[in-house]
Structures are given as structure tokens and as C-alpha cells.
Design a binder for this molecule. Structure first.
Ligand SMILES: [Fe+2]
Length: 358
């Protein structure tokens, strides 16, 4: 396919039109394509809450000020409870958290994090997704240096649900569950703060014991699990490629998560996602994904915004993932402050903002 990043060249009379694809239900519903004489993702400027933007995690103002609870910093929210947050942590969290509204999916972008939970301990490395379902309490402790997490909250249960029933994830090898660790009985009682996180704010309990201490797990399935992005196989339909493959979904269909790591495929079509906002986290190189080469770059294209996106066929390789969320997101002031308008062709900074920066 011709690289139409900049649209038809002057005098290129052979270009009859460029397809613009409208799709329902992510990549799974009805669709319609129209040929246009112009390159549709190009725009001169955009103002308002529904404009595509991107930001880098390490550009966020993560200062907690006098917030002793040191909760993650929300970067995007919706009216239906789906929320995105970022956390930069360099020491043990001073609190135990139990989210009573949502499942939490913690993506460890950088560093290593120990998750002590109601049902055992899980040590996570960079690239791991850690799922902590609703009302499971946990405490996080970075191991050996600062750690970044990017957190997706879903009111509907999240589960590993790979698009292909076998081959995409080796469940026996690569999915790990929290385990209760033997503990010393002579552990001195210490006061612990437990925060129940609800829609209208935190409720703080003071406890005379650590609520996470356990003797054994004796019944049922352990609901806390992890899988690493690098161990989720990419999929493609040769020779053309097709959409990326999803591997985590919410039970209500409001959230889908895909691997967007490098793969053999054609560049995405120019398209309008009718029903889902798209959030992409570029986790690691070495290859660049279009104009994105900084690990920790988060791109957000709200539903209904025409975009194409870079080629995923990058021989040097890179790691990224895509969140599709049916609830419309809005960036928080912290994220807006760190963000720039997004060029929906190659996902760099939009030329109108580059012009202002000069
Ligand atoms: Fe898209």
C-alpha cells in the first residue's frame, strides 16, 4: 500500500481516493468504507475536550503534596466508572487499598513491584499486567528502585480472554497467581491503615493488625494473577494483517485490551472507531512505533476521531498495548497539563502545537 501519511502528492493523478473505514463494536461489528479524495486524518487544529492527545508518564506532576495516602494519580476518567491512573512509587505504600467499585489492572511499566494481597503475594516485573479484582485488598512495594504503574479500573470483572483459544497465551507457563507465603508468628502487631476506595472517595480504617497476613489458601481459585506483555503472542492474518488481537476483556464488553506489539501486517486503515476510545501505551523499544519512541508514552484517541496510526510492522521490534473503552474518557487536569495535541497519522505532536512551540 502506498504510504499516504501526507496524502496524495501534487500531480499524483493516479490516486482515485483513500478509504475511510467506519466500524462498530471495535473491530468486531458492522463497518462501512468511503473513498475520499483527501487524507482524512489530517486536520489543521482542534480545541475542546474530545481532541486526541498524548502524554508521557514521567512528565506527569506526581507530587502528592500533603496527601498522606499516596494514592495513584488519576489521568483519565469516565461517567461509567472506567478510570485510568498512574503511580510512581519508590517505597512501600503506607496503606492497604481495597477498591470496592472496580477491578484493577496494574501494568508495571518500569521497575519491579511486590503486590501483597488478600490471597497471597505476587512479584511483578516490568511488562507485567497484574489483575486485582474488586474488593481484594493489596499493598504495593517497589523492589530495588522506583517503579511506574499504569492502572485501568473496570467496574465490570476483567478476565484473560485471548482471542484465539490456544496459542496466544501459554497459561500453564506464563500466567502466575498470588501465593500465600509462610509467615513468622512472632510478627509484632503494628497499626495498619486500610483504605476502601469508593466512587465518592476513600474511607479510612485503622487496624491493629495487618489485614493481609494469611496462613494458607484453602478453597477456590486465586483471583489475583499476572501475565507479561512479552508473553502474549501477536496475531496476524497473512498477507494483509488485520486488526490486533485482544487478550483481556471485561464481562460487560465495555473494555478490551489488545497487544499492539510489533508484528507482520499492513499499516492500519484510515478509520473511525464509532464506539470505543483508544488508549495506547508504548512500553518499550528498541524500534519506534511511528513518531513514538519514548517509553511510557500514552496516546488517547477518543471515539469518532478519524485516525490511521503508525505501521506496526517494525523489524527492530517494540512493545505496546491498546485499551479500548466504550465509556468516553476525559483526561484529568494533571494529564492535560502534561499532554500535547496528537497527530493521528503517526502519533507524534500535532503540527499546530509544534508551530506554537517554536
Ligand atoms: Fe483505531
Amino acid at each position: 500500500m502506498k504510504d499516504n501519511r501526507f496524502g496524495p502528492a501534487p500531480g499524483d493523478g493516479a490516486v482515485a481516493g483513500q478509504g475511510e473505514l467506519w466500524t462498530r463494536d471495535g473491530f468486531n461489528g458492522t463497518c462501512s468504507m468511503v473513498l475520499r479524495p483527501h487524507y482524512a486524518p489530517a486536520y489543521l487544529s482542534a480545541h475542546g475536550p474530545h481532541a486526541p492527545r498524548h502524554f508521557q508518564l514521567d512528565k506527569l506532576a506526581m507530587s502528592h503534596g500533603d496527601d498522606a495516602l499516596a494514592m495513584p494519580v488519576p489521568v483519565a476518567s469516565s461517567r461509567k466508572g472506567v478510570q485510568l491512573s498512574a503511580a510512581l512509587q519508590d517505597q512501600e505504600a503506607p496503606i492497604v487499598v481495597r477498591n470496592v467499585e472496580a477491578d484493577e489492572l496494574h501494568f508495571v511499566h518500569r521497575g519491579e513491584v511486590r503486590f501483597e494481597t488478600d490471597c497471597g503475594v505476587l512479584d511483578a516485573q516490568a511488562g507485567d499486567f497484574v489483575c486485582i479484582p474488586r474488593s481484594v485488598a493489596y499493598r504495593t512495594t517497589p523492589q530495588g528502585g522506583p517503579a511506574w504503574r499504569f492502572i485501568v479500573e473496570s467496574p465490570s470483572p476483567l478476565r484473560l480472554n485471548p482471542q484465539t483459544p490456544s496459542g496466544m497465551i501459554n497459561f500453564a507457563r506464563d500466567v502466575h497467581y498470588a501465593r500465600v507465603e509462610p509467615q513468622q508468628d512472632d510478627h509484632a502487631p503494628t497499626e495498619v491503615t486500610l483504605v476502601l476506595k469508593a466512587e465518592d472517595g476513600p474511607t479510612v480504617f485503622r487496624l491493629a493488625q495487618d489485614p493481609l497476613r494469611a496462613v494458607a489458601h484453602v478453597y477456590g481459585n486465586v483471583p489475583v494473577w499476572k501475565v507479561n506483555l512479552a508473553n502474549v503472542q501477536v496475531g496476524t492474518y497473512l498477507p494483509h494483517g488485520g486488526p490486533p488481537f485482544q487478550f483481556i476483556t471485561s464481562d460487560d464488553g465495555e473494555i478490551m485490551i489488545y497487544t499492539l506489539c510489533a508484528r507482520t501486517t499492513q499499516r492500519p486503515p484510515i478509520h473511525v472507531n464509532a464506539d470505543f476510545d483508544e488508549v495506547i501505551l508504548y512500553h518499550a523499544g528498541p524500534g519506534a512505533w511511528g513518531d513514538v519512541s519514548e517509553p511510557g508514552t500514552v496516546s488517547w484517541v477518543p471515539k469518532g476521531v478519524i485516525h490511521q496510526g503508525p505501521s506496526e510492522d517494525v523489524p527492530q521490534g517494540y512493545q505496546a498495548w491498546l485499551l479500548e473503552t466504550r465509556p468516553t474518557l476525559r483526561l484529568t487536569p494533571v494529564a492535560l497539563e502534561a499532554s500535547a495535541l496528537l497527530d493521528t497519522r503517526e502519533y507524534g505532536i500535532h503540527p499546530s502545537e509544534l508551530a506554537m512551540q517554536r
